[in-house]
Design a protein around this ligand. Structure first.
Ligand SMILES: *Cc1c(COP(=O)(O)O)cnc(C)c1O
Length: 463
């Protein structure tokens, strides 16, 4: 269908000027491999399957809404990152993207390390058997309790984020008779090409100590003087959902510049640098993310070149992908409850979840795609807005989506690429019960995080 043709349903050219609305995809039934995990396809009845299991059966067994996570896909992504970076680098999975005991076990088995940023994430990691030396603690305002639990557990590194924290970690370690390995988080003044609210390397933000103006260099001076600390390196994280490596190249250039200043001033060469996470994934087929191998090659080349120019030995490199590992591994399955056509405007398709299981559309105006998965359809494409069931008009799951014009109550819709920052940001808004995470592998499905119950909600309500 051409760009100027009107698909069935509302004339959305009435809403957007001619030529400004997206063209419907050529095949509404296609499940594009860029946005769906690797074991997703359709069976001969047209029902989507994951790990060999059809979504209608999965919905009957586990209910909707629910997240279905493809274990083979998760492990394959872990291996791709590990192999791309090789033995001279460490890959830290960012636990905030999605963390559970099962995830921690997979990471441990696949040779990845783990970033945590709270006592709760640390407890999950330790409980599931991640060795403490493979854990890094992050955060811009770690509590005294979080610092002491991390030091006592023996975490491999704490990434310190302020002058106060340098002193707090040093004292905590000294009291425990330890020397804590730390990195200093710096801001390098790189603006990643991404949405403003998830870009984190402008200098005007809460994370890190700016290189410009000398605060980062001052933090290094203070950390080097404290007996409780072993300063092992410099950390930079420039943002999220980034598609091109040029931001990382500037960050690496500036971080290596700081290493050179440290060598010149203090006569020490710090042995590690961490370039953070933030690698983008495909939420829609238009997104074209870089492969781990390509990222690894680019980052290694720039670090080696900068170190050679500065006369420094190449430090051990680490990276921290979260979204790029877990994001593409899961989809959210919903059931359609109502379909409301607003003549001349658009069609609202309401599902049985919403902003309580995926806040990213409301929070960041994030783009998602969606497909009818309980059947195929030959109906014309209809520009739709997939919305949730919450008492909030901003409760949008997919802002602009083409669905077949015959979509109806009882149909199952799936939103792909919801593995990262969906369950981990899920809320109980409207006393919604947070959905389960179901792992699918080799024709078997098992719950790794169960659905909340009303009993769970009421247990906290002790008034
Ligand atoms: C959030 C975060 C990450 C992971 O970001 P992704 O976009 O999920 O890759 C890595 N490192 C730090 C310090 C973070 O805050």
């Amino acid at each position: 269908m051409s760009r100027s043709a009107h698909p069935a349903g509302p004339r959305y050219a009435d809403v957007l000027p001619e030529g400004h609305y997206p063209a419907p995809p050529a095949d509404l039934n296609a499940l594009h491999p860029r946005v769906w995990s690797r074991t997703v396809s359709r069976n001969e009845d047209g029902v989507a399957t994951v790990g060999g299991l059809d979504v209608k059966r999965l919905a009957e067994e586990f209910g909707t809404p629910a997240y279905f996570l493809d274990e083979d896909d998760f492990r394959a992504r872990c291996r791709a990152w590990r192999e791309a970076f090789g033995p001279d680098a460490d890959v830290f999975y960012a636990g905030k993207a999605f963390l559970s005991r099962a995830v921690v076990r997979w990471l441990t088995e696949e040779g990845l390390n783990l970033d945590v940023c709270s006592a709760g994430e640390l407890a999950t990691a330790l409980d599931a058997g991640m060795p403490a030396e493979r854990i890094a603690l992050h955060g811009n305002n770690k509590s005294a309790e979080e610092i002491s639990r991390a030091v006592e557990a023996g975490v491999g590194r704490i990434v310190v984020d302020s002058f106060q924290e340098i002193v707090r970690v040093a004292h905590t370690a000294q009291r425990a008779g330890k020397r804590q390995r730390v990195q200093i988080r710096v801001t390098v003044g790189v603006e990643a090409h991404t949405h403003e609210f998830i870009a984190t390397a402008h200098e005007d933000q809460k994370f890190g100590l700016p290189l410009a103006g000398g605060q980062a260099a001052e933090a290094v001076r203070r950390a080097l003087k404290l007996d409780g600390l072993e300063l092992i390196g410099i950390h930079s994280h420039i943002g999220s959902q980034i598609f091109d490596t040029s931001g990382f190249e500037v960050a690496a250039h500036r971080v290596v510049g700081l290493l050179r200043e440290i060598r010149d001033e203090h006569g020490v060469e710090l042995p590690e640098i961490d370039l953070g996470g933030g690698l983008g994934i495909a939420y829609t087929p238009d997104d074209d993310p870089r492969e781990p191998q390509e990222i690894a090659t680019a980052l290694r080349a720039i670090v080696e070149r900068e170190c050679a120019a500065a006369g420094l030995a190449v430090p051990r490199l680490s990276v921290e992908p979260g979204r790029a590992i877990v994001g593409p591994t899961a989809f959210t399955l919903y059931e359609v409850g109502t379909v409301k056509e607003l003549p001349g405007l658009r069609t609202y398709v309401s599902v049985d979840g919403g902003m309580s299981d995926n806040i990213r559309t409301a929070l960041y105006d994030a783009d998602y795609s969606v497909a009818l998965v309980s059947r195929t359809s030959t109906a014309d494409p209809m520009l739709s807005r997939v919305v949730g069931k919450h008492c909030e008009s901003g409760d949008i799951v997919v802002r602009d989506a083409f669905l077949p014009a015959d979509v109806a109550p009882g149909d199952l819709l799936a939103v792909p690429a919801t593995g990262a920052y969906c369950r981990s940001m899920a809320s109980n808004y409207n006393h919604a019960l947070r959905p389960p995470v179901v792992v699918v592998k080799d024709g078997a499905a098992r719950v790794i995080v169960r659905r909340e119950t009303e009993e769970d909600l009421l247990r906290l309500d002790v008034g």
